[in-house]
Design a protein around this ligand. Structure first.
Ligand code: AMP
Ligand code: AMP
Length: 355
């Protein structure tokens, strides 16, 4: 860790005490703000009237601004600017703010907003991941092409809502009516363990870290084993993929090198598609691992994911690098602090929003 004496005239807590880390009160905000506090920053939660009391109840949250709906976030921008704030985005930002609002928001922003467009479009995301050499499930353009079980993914669906499992082309024909007015993709259904790998890439050191990993618990697909298969046949149950929570998992160590390599390749290609900074900070590759231990990639999230909430006190993997509790939220704050102390804050912020 860099010593505060790198910055002349700044006290024990270093440059951090002059800045406020701000985020929306939801998703992984507690982790982000606790990490920011532990690294010496002031902290601010933008909460709703319903969640305001919760965020105020934590000693590490210095300030709460309450808004009526999360979609009203843009109205708080002048207040954020007054406070020398740096925004740390999480999953709720993409859920509640449009791409245009992201671009318009001029508060210093941890991350590279140019990546958002590549992440938001399923086609661009697929190009990015295949250029990185990752193994992707097959996709079918029309129902008649389907030659194996598929998952129907609705565009813009959040948390797996509305996804549908189809056995074959005939199943598609039968249910196509339900999908008539929807935008969707038909993707090969991979049977295996869903593993979400949480990474952090430091633009300051050029090093990638595996912070932690989780598997999601989804209802009802993860519970179907509680009903015997023979009975399911007569019950007409359909699997659904709505996320309820997350549980920890440690990966076979023999598979860890590939997990690390996948992260490196994703970062490398991101620097070609969104030059020069590419993807940095926290991100997550969502995989399914098959019985022959192959990783299939479902998706990438270009920011902190909620599965990291399992590891507010650090994970077995972050312990290997830090020997102290290091959540992804705290890792983000530490990167911002190091950038401030070495006068390189522009390297960890979006180019359109300098400090
Ligand atoms: P929320 O603020 O809880 O509405 O969540 C914002 C976005 O993050 C939504 O798209 C959720 O589906 C997603 N999300 C929230 N919690 C989790 C979780 N534990 N695991 C995966 N995704 C989540
Ligand atoms: P996603 O919206 O890509 O995060 O997917 C939500 C959930 O749908 C995942 O956690 C999986 O349980 C399931 N899922 C997504 N893609 C596939 C796939 N190709 N094969 C099997 N299950 C999938």
């Amino acid at each position: 860790m860099l010593a505060p004496e790198f910055v002349p005239g700044i006290g024990d807590r270093g440059a951090a005490e002059f800045y406020t880390i701000a985020t929306l009160g939801s998703h992984s905000a507690l982790q982000i703000l606790k990490g920011a506090h532990d690294e010496g920053f002031r902290t601010l939660a933008i909460a709703s009237r319903e969640t305001e009391r919760l965020y105020r109840s934590f000693a590490f949250v210095d300030e709460v601004i309450a808004i009526r709906r999360y979609e009203d976030f843009m109205a708080t921008v002048p207040q954020l600017e007054q406070r020398k704030s740096i925004i740390v985005p999480h999953g709720s930002f993409v859920a509640y703010l449009s791409l245009e609002e992201h671009q318009k928001m001029k508060v210093p922003y941890f991350g590279n907003k140019a990546i958002l467009a590549w992440e938001a479009s399923r086609e661009l995301q697929r190009q990015w991941l295949s250029r990185a050499g990752l193994r992707l499930p097959r996709q079918f353009k029309t129902g008649s092409e389907i030659d194996r079980p598929v998952i129907v993914k609705l565009y813009g669906a959040q948390g797996g809502k509305g996804y549908m499992f189809l056995r074959d082309a005939a199943d598609f024909e039968e249910r196509a009516g339900l999908l008539a007015r929807e935008h969707y993709i038909l993707q090969e259904y991979i049977i295996g363990v869903p593993l979400y790998i949480h990474y952090f890439y430091s633009p300051l050191t050029g090093k990638l870290e595996i912070m932690s990993m989780d598997r999601r618990y989804e209802t009802n697909v993860d519970s179907l084993g509680r009903i015997p298969a023979a009975a399911q046949g007569r019950m007409n149950v359909d699997p659904s993929y709505v996320v309820v929570g997350n549980s920890p998992l440690s990966l076979r160590e023999s598979m860890l090198a590939e997990a690390y390599h996948m992260g490196e390749e994703v970062v490398r290609v991101s620097q070609e598609i969104c030059p020069p900074k590419g993807l940095f900070g926290a991100f997550c590759i969502e995989t399914i691992i098959t019985p022959d231990t192959q990783f299939y990639i479902m998706e990438i999230s270009a920011r902190i994911v909620a599965g990291t909430n399992l590891f507010i006190d650090g994970s077995p993997y972050s312990y290997l690098n830090y020997s102290e509790p290091m959540s992804t939220g705290r890792r983000i704050a530490r990167e911002i602090k190091h950038a401030l102390l070495t006068d390189s804050i522009d390297r960890v912020l979006d180019d359109a929003t300098p400090l």
